[in-house]
Design a protein around this ligand. Structure first.
Ligand SMILES: [Cu+2]
Length: 169
């Protein structure tokens, strides 16, 4: 008799557990775009790249599916792949943004390719970038332009001694 009741309780628990993901799925997914930056371009070069960290603060996976900026004729999602000994860029249709593991766009990896820049990117300037996510929708961010040789957001070119390192890691 007692065993019977216990079994029923277990079943109820199992139902509660399987129902939980549905409850979470109702919550609105959200993505934060952090530390968007770009390198200054050289001379009349008409292509550039923007980098950033995409943090999924929701509970469901999301995907970055489109990028656009008034600073360039066209923006695309790119990654770098090795083909033999040669590093090449390849266009992507989407970048996965999963909860608990920020997607980092950085030199040598994922990046937003800017084609047909309307003006050279100069250190200290900034420009708007619109990111469209499958679930989170359209998010606008501001891309800060760093030095031509910058390797990260806010990275100094040797003169930025007063710069803070930003969010600790
Ligand atoms: Cu590219």
């Amino acid at each position: 008799m007692a065993a019977m009741i216990k079994r029923r309780h277990l079943l109820a628990l199992a139902v509660a557990l399987t129902a939980a993901p549905f409850a979470f799925a109702q919550s609105r997914p959200s993505v934060q775009v952090e530390q968007a930056w770009a390198r200054a371009t050289a001379g009349q070069m008409r292509t550039g790249a923007a980098y950033m960290t995409l943090v999924n603060t929701g509970t469901e996976p999301d995907r970055l599916i489109a990028v656009a900026t008034p600073a360039a004729d066209k923006a695309e999602l790119h990654t770098h792949v090795m083909e033999g000994d040669v590093m090449r860029m390849r266009a992507l249709t989407a970048v996965e943004v999963n909860p608990g593991s920020p997607s980092v766009l950085k030199p040598g990896g994922l990046h937003v390719m800017l084609m047909g820049l309307k003006a050279p990117l100069k250190a200290g300037d900034s420009f708007a970038l619109a990111l469209t996510f499958e679930k989170a929708g359209r998010i606008e961010t501001t891309v800060k332009v760093g030095a031509a040789g910058a390797s990260g957001p806010g990275a100094s070119d040797g003169h930025g001694a007063h710069q803070h390192k930003g969010h600790g890691s």
